[in-house]
Ligand binder design. Structure first.
Ligand code: ATP
Ligand code: MG
Length: 183
């Protein structure tokens, strides 16, 4: 599995629809300060279901929508899609390509889609659970995260290892079942 394409429209500094085509292997994104490199990483985390505006370096979720710049009006919605090559079936679905989309309007309305089909946030979480790509997974290591992984409590550090070992799915299902039994 590899990240094949990132489409960003109206997200943070990306007012225009921008498509990044990636190849297998290593991609480095370079550019001057403030040119939008971190915004690309934010876009990836956002489309994977990030719910915490602060971890996307904003105060409210609305802050991810292009707020306007000199000579350019703000926009009313933003949309990010990532396309993953799934020829190796790393993700547990029958598609060779998986395209995940998230869209949000200033009014607060939001939408998730998997291969063009509307879905719930929960479906996105389940799709990526144990793939190493989930919202909290180890595949996106932001500034400061390395230290966090080294210095936090052993219980906290276990998360990325469980994700890598592929057992998060089972633990989540067990928790859900236990909750249901308690009800
Ligand atoms: P550095 O090298 O300093 O880390 P960078 O390339 O990672 O820089 P980013 O942090 O991705 O830069 O981009 C910051 C820019 O994005 C700032 O100019 C900021 O004004 C702009 N920006 C962030 N959110 C929005 C928004 N909602 N609307 C318009 N512009 C935004
Ligand atoms: Mg940056």
């Amino acid at each position: 599995m590899y990240l094949k394409r990132i489409e960003i429209h109206g997200f943070k500094s990306f007012a225009d629809r921008t498509t990044l085509e990636l190849s297998p292997g290593i991609t480095a994104i370079v550019g001057p300060n403030g040119s939008g490199k971190s915004n690309i990483a934010d876009a990836i985390r956002w489309v994977l279901g990030e719910q915490n505006a602060r971890s996307l370096r904003g105060n409210r979720m609305e802050d991810v929508i292009f707020a306007g710049s000199e000579g350019r009006r703000s926009v009313n919605f933003c949309e990010v899609s990532i396309t993953l090559d799934n020829a190796d079936r790393h993700l547990p679905v029958v598609f060779d390509e998986v395209r995940v989309t998230r869209r949000v309007y200033r009014s607060g309305e939001s939408e998730y889609l998997i291969n063009q089909q509307p879905c719930r946030l929960k479906d996105i979480h389940e799709l990526f659970m144990d793939s190493g790509l989930g919202r909290e997974a180890y595949s996106i290591i932001g500034q400061g995260r390395v230290e966090e992984l080294l210095s936090t409590q052993p219980e906290d550090r276990r998360g990325p290892f469980e994700e890598a070992a592929g057992i998060v799915k089972f633990k989540t299902r067990r928790k859900e079942t236990e909750r249901r039994l308690e009800e």
